[in-house]
Write a protein that binds this ligand. Sequence first.
Ligand SMILES: [Mg+2]
Ligand SMILES: [Zn+2]
Length: 171
Amino acid sequence: MRIGKKAILFDRDGVLNIDSGYVYRYENIRWIDGAREAVARLTEEGWLLFVVTNQSGVARGFYTEKDVMKLHKQMNKEFRKYGGNITEFFFCPHLNGAEISRYNMDCNCRKPKPGMILQAINKYGLIKENTFLVGDSRRDIEAAARAGIKGFLFEGDNLNLFLKNIFREKG
Ligand SMILES: [Mg+2]
Ligand SMILES: [Zn+2]
């Protein structure tokens, strides 16, 4: 437990990698410009970094939780090559109305619900005032608001530049 550390929760698809729809193989990952550099720089600056990602592809039967976890391991390996680290990847495999019954639920973790964010906050003893979310959809920003943290909508081309501008004063 590292209470008091400042933290950033990233949405994954559209923020770290290009959202080409239900990506689950590492060979299909295309990185957002500046994403690996941003993760490295923020890690070096002492931020705790997390991913919070909806993965309804699991509930839809496109891929498995195991696939998601394997992909996240491979992504983190790449981040580490750059000197960065994601402390934990949280993902929601559920979908209300999904055909696979064990994933068919109106869970509290699928954004815009705040469950994954609250899970990270509770597990790591994060302080809400020092915890931020970066997402590329309104759903992410709404989830952040419901969790009581500030969310930033990534609309730029380069994640590293985008974050440098935002956290210049907060860093
Ligand atoms: Mg996204
Ligand atoms: Zn869920």
